[in-house]
Design a protein around this ligand. Structure first.
Ligand code: IMP
Ligand code: MG
Length: 183
């Protein structure tokens, strides 16, 4: 049974907004340290990374620029299809730039391994990954997340940019959904 109030659809909260903010601040500090004297280009992966991009960038002290890509991997479901398509490409030339891909979550890692290879082919100075969440399956593919927020169990979560069927991105915490939401 679906409710108009988001909170009623939740099963349990994994991370609160305060826990997320503290972790994002740590990630920002690590990036500031590593990129001292450089000016990274943060590439956010739409739509999920909107919240983490917004908070991570503002927690950083260094100069930076931002750009965005949109890729499709999941459709409206909760399982990765393995098919990655670029729906919106970068607007800037990344040749010679220090790129940091900003992602909400790494699940199978298919999206990121595709993105890293794609961006590498444009000859940036470097490409690293910052992701707020990582699931265990990601460890079986070749994706090196340099700036990681939390390792989480392999269950579907929503909030802080993460959606189910387009919804729940505006939830400030990260939570699982009640089974009834899926039926
Ligand atoms: P991957 O290609 O399997 O690593 O999937 C990455 C993308 O799938 C992420 O950028 C998310 O958009 C989406 N995704 C993976 N797991 C979840 C989840 O638990 N909740 C919401 N979206 C997810
Ligand atoms: Mg995403």
């Amino acid at each position: 049974m679906e409710s108009a109030d988001i909170a009623q659809d939740l099963e349990h909260v994994l991370y609160t907004r305060d826990q997320i903010a503290a972790k994002v601040a740590e990630m920002a500090a690590a990036i500031d340290r590593d990129y001292a004297g450089r000016e990274p280009l943060l590439v956010g992966v739409l739509n999920g990374a909107v919240m983490v991009m917004s908070d991570l960038a503002r927690a950083m002290r260094s100069h930076l620029t931002m750009d965005w890509m949109a890729v499709s991997s999941y459709g409206a479901g909760t399982k990765s299809s393995g098919v990655v398509r670029i729906m919106k490409d970068l607007t800037t030339d990344i040749h010679g730039k220090d790129v940091i891909i900003v992602e909400d979550i790494v699940d199978t890692g298919l999206t990121l391994s595709y993105l890293v290879a794609n961006l590498q082919s444009r000859e940036p100075a470097s490409v690293e990954i910052a992701a707020l969440f990582r699931k265990p399956d990601a460890l079986t593919v070749d994706v090196d997340v340099k700036y990681l927020g939390f390792d989480i169990p392999s269950e579907f979560v929503v909030g802080y940019g993460l959606d189910y069927a387009g919804r729940y991105r505006n939830l400030v915490d990260v939570a699982t959904l009640r089974p009834s939401v899926y039926s």
